[in-house]
Design a protein around this ligand. Structure first.
Ligand SMILES: [Zn+2]
Length: 121
């Protein structure tokens, strides 16, 4: 794989050259890093290495989000369940097939909303 600083014969100008890395621009938009010939600026390759690293980081952060999500979410639900003032458990909640409506405000609420006017049924 071609990388920055490599010496090679350029496919464009056929000269012995070395590879330099530049930012490819499309007008004012940064398209990405590419490898070009230092003599003629002809494009030799995309910067593969960087893409692979980004992909790896995505996977890692997805994994840590998964792990972090599990460790953070689980205790929150189980610990606070008893003192949550969920609208679904409130005596002012009027349930029908699709929504829960609050008797006090008259507006539709989410089951897991909590409210300071909560009163346990
Ligand atoms: Zn060249």
């Amino acid at each position: 794989m071609v990388k920055k600083g490599d010496k090679l014969v350029c496919p464009h100008c056929k000269e012995m050259t070395f590879v330099k890395q530049i930012t490819e621009m499309d007008g004012w938009t940064k398209k990405g890093e590419i490898l070009v010939c230092a003599l003629c600026n002809g494009k030799i390759a995309d910067v593969q290495q960087e893409n692979e690293q980004e992909e790896k980081q995505d996977k890692l952060s997805a994994l840590s989000a998964l792990l972090g999500g599990e460790t953070i979410e689980k205790p929150e639900v189980s610990l606070n369940q008893s003192d949550r003032r969920f609208c679904k458990d409130c005596k002012f909640a009027i349930r029908n097939a699709f929504v829960i409506r609050c008797e006090l405000s008259g507006s539709v609420v989410e089951a897991m909303d909590d409210c300071e006017k909560f009163q346990k049924r």
